[in-house]
Design a protein around this ligand. Sequence first.
Ligand code: GUN
Length: 284
Amino acid sequence: MAAQIISGKLLAAEVKKRVAGEVEQLKAQGINPCLAVMLVGSDPASQVYVRGKQNDCAECGIESRLVRLDENATQAEVLEQLGRLAADESVHGVLVQLPLPAQIDEQAVIAAIPPEKDVDGFTPVNVGRMTIGQQCFLPCTPAGCIEMLKYAGVAIEGKRAVVVGRSNIVGKPAALLLLRENATVTVCHSRTRDLAHICAEADILVAAIGKAKFITGDMIKPGAAVIDVGINRSEDGKLCGDVDFAAASEKAAFITPVPGGVGLMTRAMLLCNTVQAARMAAGR
Ligand code: GUN
C-alpha cells in the first residue's frame, strides 16, 4: 500500500493562520513583530530562501527588514551590522542567512546574535539550552520535522529513530529533539558502516544528507515514517529530496514530499519563533 503523504503545505498553512492571529493580537497591544534577515553576498539559493521568508512574514503581518551586504564584506562589517540589529528594540528576531562567504567566520557571526533574538536557534546559548531541555528557540527545520510527525499522528516515544546527517542545523538538533520525544536515536553520517542496514531498522527515518535520492527503497523499513529534509536537483533538473520518493512510498506508512514538505515547515517555524521573540521582548 502506498504511504500517506504528510503535506507540509497543509500543515504550514495551519501554522501560518495561527501565527497571523497571534500577530494581530500583539499588534492590538502595540507590539509590532519584526524579523531582520541579513544576507551577505549573492548566493542564488540564499536569495530565493530569503525572499520566501520575507513573503511569509508579509503574509502573517510580521514586519521584515533585509540587511544586504556585499559578497566581499568583511567580518568587521558583518559584526557591525549585527550589533545594530542587536541594539534595535524594534527588531525582535535576527537571522543571518547561511552559508556566509569564505572570508567570514560563521561561528563567530552566529555567536554575535543575541540569544533572545536568535529565531534560528543557532547560537551556542540556544543550542545548549535545547540540549539540556530548557526553554529556548528551537531550530526551525528539526522543529518542523517533529511537528510533521505529530500532525500525522506518528507516535515517537519508544520508537527507533535514525537520523542520516550530522549537520549543526539539521542532523544534530533533529537527533536531540527526537530524543526529547523519547525515541531511541541513532545518528548516521558519511563514515557510518552498514548505513543501509541501520536505516532499514528505523521506525522513523530523517534524511538530511544533501544527496539526491540517496535513500533507496531497500533502506526503508515497511511501515516506517520517512521525513525527507533534502532539497536537491535530480539529473532531469527537477527538485527532489534525499529519498527516492517513488520507491520509499511503496514501503513507508508516512512520507514527506519534496517540494511541499519539510521546507515549508522550516519557514513556518521561523514565523512561530519570531512571534515568540516579540512576545518575550514585551514581557508577555
Ligand atoms: N541556510 C540553510 N538553511 C538555513 C536556515 O535554516 N537558517 C539560516 N539562517 N540559513 C540557512
